[in-house]
Design a protein around this ligand. Structure first.
Ligand SMILES: Nc1ncnc2c1ncn2[C@@H]1O[C@H](COP(=O)(O)OP(=O)(O)OP(=O)(O)O)[C@@H](O)[C@H]1O
Length: 351
């Protein structure tokens, strides 16, 4: 069923919204918190994702969720938890990239009184807190190597030792991990343990980038607008045809997160009853990085655009590829070919 929500605040078809039963876990919180936990999508790519979530949720095995930033990996993890046998337990999330290595060990495993200077009392770690529920390990690719060993042991044995502890503590928790980095490459580079990868990668979900979700941009935009209108008390009915065209044209390197903030900002900026293209403040079509990069008749890639993006992103190839809206492998190919091609050539043909 095609969706026409953008013509007004029409009801959404059942299959386009993947509610997470959030109320049960937010103490009945309504409004934005609950709305934030509804997964929206009607594209074939997202319907496939919903199907995987439904299939994997009741299976008591680790799930690895991959995908670009802002594609909804955490939302998918919550959806799995909410449909799993562990749904009555807690959903405990830890971002492995956000904590210094020295803190991650005590955060994850907890500690006993006197385990180190300052450990005045026993502290239960996040793994233990997730006992009977789900443990969401976000940005697992950034977990320091030595902790990967500890985590692997926990996954194999179902037991942890608190720091400074002698007695093992048994923990049963559903493990869901997510990453936006290519773990195969991290394994090749010696940054990620292969044995841990195979342990985590029993069931895999790859979140599609927003640009590959046919029809979802309009649907999401309308759902986000409706929630902003309700929450902020605005009087806006929808998007002008030009605004919809601009939404469809944009490459969305920040995926759904970028779309959410773009639409919410535009809703505040709009002066009429419709959001106009200018309210969205998206780069003009010719200025988008993706447009800049594809210059030739057969999708020729501009080496200069790639180098400029790399410079902007501190030589981080993954981020540069995201900013350009191209696959990382394409970016590598461009760089490789640039190295073997006449440096004065302006463009390098892609396959
Ligand atoms: N399918 C969707 N429907 C509705 N909202 C979504 C959807 N996917 C993502 N979002 C919203 O987009 C934002 C980013 O989602 P989320 O944090 O789950 O992404 P992520 O892939 O885990 O990001 P990161 O890799 O940066 O941690 C959140 O506000 C989330 O509610």
């Amino acid at each position: 069923m095609r969706h026409t929500a953008y013509e007004g605040f029409a009801a959404r078809p059942a299959e386009s919204v993947f509610g997470n039963g959030a109320q049960a876990h937010t103490g009945g919180a309504g409004g934005r918190a609950a709305a934030d936990r509804v997964m929206v999508g009607q594209s074939p790519a997202m319907l496939r994702t919903f199907e995987l979530i439904r299939r994997f949720a009741p299976v008591d095995a680790p799930v690895l969720i991959t995908g670009e930033t802002g594609t909804g990996k955490e939302l998918a993890a919550r959806a799995i938890h909410d449909r799993s046998n562990a749904c009555d337990g807690r959903f405990v999330a830890i971002n492995c990239a956000a904590l210094p290595a020295s803190l991650i060990a005590s955060e994850l495993f907890g500690y006993e009184k006197g385990a180190f200077t300052g450990a005045a009392a026993r502290r239960v770690g996040l793994i233990e807190m997730a006992d009977g529920g789900s443990l969401f390990l976000d940005e697992i690719g950034d977990l320091p190597l030595e902790l990967q060993g500890h985590l692997l042991r926990f996954l194999q044995e179902g037991q942890i030792f608190r720091l400074g502890g002698r007695e093992p503590v048994s923990v049963r928790t559903r493990v869901i991990a997510a990453t936006h980095v290519d773990l195969h490459r991290a394994i090749e580079d010696g940054r990620f343990r292969e044995d841990l990868f195979y342990r985590l990668n029993v069931l895999q979900i790859e979140m599609p980038p927003l640009r590959a979700r046919d029809g979802d941009i309009e649907l999401l935009a309308m759902v986000v607008l409706r929630s902003a209108v309700r929450e902020l008390g605005l009087a806006i009915d929808g998007f002008s045809p030009e605004a919809l065209a601009a939404l469809r044209r944009h490459g969305w390197p920040g995926n759904v997160r970028e779309l959410v903030s773009t639409v919410r900002r535009a809703a505040v900026m709009a002066s009429g009853r419709l959001i106009e293209a200018a309210d969205l403040a998206l780069p003009a079509p010719r200025e988008t990085a993706r447009q800049r990069v594809a210059t030739g008749p057969h999708g020729a890639i501009d080496r200069e655009a790639v180098l400029a993006a790399l410079a902007r992103c501190g030589q981080n190839r993954a981020r540069a590829a995201r900013e350009l809206g191209i696959a990382r492998v394409t970016l590598y190919r461009v760089l490789q070919r640039a190295a073997t091609t006449d440096p004065n050539r302006e463009t390098i043909d892609e396959d």
